[in-house]
Design a binder for this molecule. Structure first.
Ligand code: AMP
Length: 229
C-alpha cells in the first residue's frame, strides 16, 4: 500500500464490524491513502480515560467490562472532535455509530454541517475467529501500527517495523472474556445498523476474513469511486 495521498472531495465513511474485524487497520490505511481523518470513538474514549476527564471517569469501568458507553458521553466526545478544523477533508468513522440513537444523531450532526454519510462499509467476518484475533493484538505506542502474536509479528521482536519504537501496548479490554461481551453488544445493538444503512442504499458488505492487502484493495475501490463521483 502506497502512502501517497489522493486528493478527493470530502467524504464521510463508516466502517462497521465487530471487534477484531479490522476496522482500525483499514481506517488507518484509508487515512494514509485518501487524506481522510480516522475518527475512532474507542480511541477518543481511551484518551478521555487517560486524561481523567469527567467523560473518561464515567466511561472507564464500562469499557473494562466490554459494554457500550452511554450515547450521551460518546456523542459529546465525538462532537468535540468534529468541531476541530482538520476533519474538513472528510472522515472515516471507526467504531461509531454503534446504536440506532447514535446513527440518528450522526445524521443530524452532519446535516447541520451540510454533509452526509456517503458510504457505509460492513466488514463481514466469522465471529468464532474474533476472540483469537483480538486477544493476541498489540500496538506500537510510537506510531499506532498494529501487530498480532500469531498473525502479524514485527521483523525484530518487540521493535516496530514502521517507526522503530520498542514501546508496544496492549489494550486492557483485549482479553477473551471482555471480547465475548463486546461481541454480544455488537450483535444486539450495532448489527441492526446494517439494515438501517442498507435501506438508505449506502451500504457495501466486504468479506474481511482474508488478506489485509486484498481487503484494503476492495475498500480503496469503493472510496476512489466516491471521491470521483
Ligand atoms: P473500540 O476501540 O471501538 O473497540 O471501543 C472500545 C470500547 O469503547 C467499547 O467496547 C465501548 O466500551 C467503548 N466505545 C467505543 N465506541 C463506542 C460507541 N460508539 N458507543 C458506545 N461505546 C463505545
Amino acid at each position: 500500500m502506497t502512502a501517497t495521498a489522493i486528493k478527493t472531495r470530502p467524504v464521510n465513511l463508516i466502517l462497521l464490524g465487530p471487534p477484531g474485524a479490522g476496522k482500525g487497520t483499514q481506517a488507518r490505511m484509508l487515512q494514509d491513502r485518501f487524506g481522510l481523518v480516522q475518527l475512532s470513538t474507542g480511541d477518543l474514549l481511551r484518551g478521555a480515560v487517560a486524561a481523567g476527564t469527567q467523560a473518561g471517569l464515567a466511561a472507564k469501568a464500562v469499557m473494562a467490562r466490554g459494554e457500550l458507553v452511554s450515547d450521551a458521553i460518546v456523542l459529546a466526545v465525538l462532537k468535540d472532535r468534529l468541531d476541530q478544523p482538520d476533519v474538513g477533508t472528510g472522515t472515516i468513522l471507526d467504531g461509531f455509530p454503534r446504536t440506532a440513537v447514535q446513527a440518528q444523531a450522526l445524521d443530524d450532526l452532519l446535516a447541520r454541517r451540510d454533509q452526509r454519510i456517503d458510504a457505509v462499509i460492513s466488514l463481514a467476518v466469522d465471529d468464532a475467529a474474533m476472540v483469537a484475533r483480538v486477544s493476541g493484538r498489540y500496538t506500537c505506542g510510537g506510531c499506532g501500527e498494529g501487530y498480532h502474536d500469531q498473525f502479524k509479528q514485527p521483523k525484530i521482536a518487540g521493535r516496530c517495523d514502521k517507526c522503530g519504537s520498542d514501546k508496544m501496548t496492549r489494550r486492557a479490554d483485549d482479553n477473551a472474556e471482555t471480547v465475548s461481551t463486546r461481541l454480544v453488544a455488537y450483535h444486539a445493538q450495532t448489527a441492526p445498523l446494517i439494515d438501517y444503512y442498507r435501506a438508505r442504499s449506502v451500504l457495501t458488505e466486504v468479506p474481511a476474513m482474508g488478506d489485509i492487502g486484498e481487503i484494503a484493495g476492495a475498500l480503496d475501490a469503493i472510496v476512489s469511486k466516491l471521491a470521483t463521483s
